[in-house]
Ligand binder design. Structure first.
Ligand code: NAG
Ligand code: NAG
Ligand code: NAG
Length: 395
């Protein structure tokens, strides 16, 4: 501020001087006195306020930047120097993104079931899979007890599993374990994470084409400025993850092979979230990595590669701690038809305004139905769902 005032004075004097050139009536001694005082003032100012690069708003006569941009707000480019780990991570991720994954003759969709034990909807899934052998594969991570199977598609499909706690980082580790096991089969080109309360709402062919004919991953991703979004962020995530990068999204993803490999390759952000996005952090804060790690990671490293919605429908409109769960009496043909025909996805925020952001589901420039699967359904709904499934043109 001081500099600015001084410089305003200086400029005024300068103007007087320039103006004086056109005034021949001014006598010579006056002219010289003015010039000398200007030079003195200038030297004193330059001595008292030497140029400081950390103050870009100040304007210096001798500075190479000149004065032109003094009053134009130059956007600050905060170019932080990357850490070694970050640089290494970027190199690996960009390399994977730049190489088209090897195509196999008959690509498969891998179904990754994350469940405590037996899957209540195995019969329904069996109907869904039947007749499409060779185009899908099933993996089951049963974290509590060994499941009892009723469908041959599920027999012997358990992978090694570890206990999983609700909201704990072990959830993310189980997701990674499922991805790793499914990546062993090169035919698996798309990976869908599902829970024991998920059901299909479309026929297999529709699902297969939907996932394999698009080049994006369906990772739910949005900004929630409220306590259940950015409120969970802690500064220990710096420097790699800034608050402005923090995202929220549903745990239930589907992703293309390239992205599954990137998840395998990531240890930097994985470790960051493991230590600084978990329940019971310092100051009593809670963070749930299963809702933040992948949305934040992909929005930072490949924002154009994700659709920003999940293909698994869920109803948060009641704004409770848990989403709506469907009971037998709720199940009608209309309900399933309604879910299957939704073509815009809502994001409920937890800020004071409790706003909901609704975005159309657009793929390859076309508005499309958003959902292939849905949750949460009580096991008791299965018989009704099977009836609807066996008599509908939708599925
Ligand atoms: C996906 O394909 C569309 C056109 O079909 C293209 O514009 C877009 O860049 C592609 N995205 C990726 C991540 O490859
Ligand atoms: C998802 O959102 C990001 C911005 O957060 C945007 O850059 C990207 O294009 C979006 N993806 C699609 C498929 O629209
Ligand atoms: C099958 O669904 C149609 C409507 O889609 C309905 O009119 C018909 O009664 C249903 N049949 C059975 C056996 O449920």
């Amino acid at each position: 501020m001081k500099e600015e005032l001084a410089w305003k004075k200086f400029l005024r004097n300068l103007l007087i001087m320039v103006g004086s050139r056109n005034r021949p009536q001014l006598r010579r001694p006056t002219w010289i006195i003015v010039l000398i005082s200007i030079v003195c003032f200038f030297l004193i100012t330059a001595y008292i306020y030497p140029p400081q690069t950390s103050k870009p708003s100040a304007c210096y006569f001798f500075s190479s930047q000149g004065c032109g941009a003094t009053h134009v707000e130059v956007p600050k480019v905060v170019s932080r120097e990357l850490t070694d780990r970050e640089l290494e991570s970027r190199v690996v991720i960009n390399e994977i993104l730049n190489v088209d994954p090897a195509k196999t003759k008959i690509p498969k969709v891998a179904f990754l079931f994350l469940t405590p034990g037996s899957l209540p909807f195995e019969k329904l899934w069996h109907m869904f899979f039947k007749g499409h052998e060779g185009k899908f594969s099933v993996y089951v991570h049963a974290s509590r007890e060994k499941p009892v199977h009723v469908s041959p598609y599920f027999v012997g499909r358990e992978i090694h599993s570890e206990p999983v706690g609700w909201g704990k980082f072990s959830m993310v580790e189980a997701e990674r374990r499922l991805l790793a096991n499914a990546l062993l089969d090169p035919d698996n080109q798309h990976f869908v994470l599902l829970s024991d309360s998920c059901i299909p709402v479309r026929k297999f062919e529709f699902m297969y084409n939907y996932l394999l004919l698009t080049n994006v991953s369906f990772i739910d991703c949005y900004v929630d400025a409220g306590p259940h979004g950015n409120g969970r962020y802690i500064e220990r995530m710096l420097p790699e993850v800034e608050k402005k990068d923090f995202r929220k999204g549903s745990q239930w993803f589907s992703m293309k092979r390239q992205h599954a490999i990137i998840v395998m390759a990531d240890s930097l952000y994985f470790t960051k979230f493991k230590h600084h996005c978990r329940p019971n952090m310092e100051g009593g804060k809670n963070c749930y990595s299963d809702e933040h790690y992948l949305p934040t990671f992909f929005s930072m490293r490949d924002p154009g590669g994700i659709a920003n919605w999940s293909v698994t429908y869920v109803d948060w409109s009641e704004r409770k701690w848990h989403p709506r769960s469907y009971k037998a009496q709720d199940i009608t043909h209309q309900l399933i038809k309604k879910i299957a025909s939704i073509d815009q996805s809502p994001h409920y925020t937890s800020d004071v305004k409790k706003s909901v952001v609704i975005t159309p589901c657009i793929l390859n420039n076309l508005k499309r139905p958003c959902y292939l699967f849905a949750r949460k359904f009580f096991p008791e709904t299965q018989d009704k769902l099977i009836k609807i499934f066996s008599n509908s043109t939708l599925f």
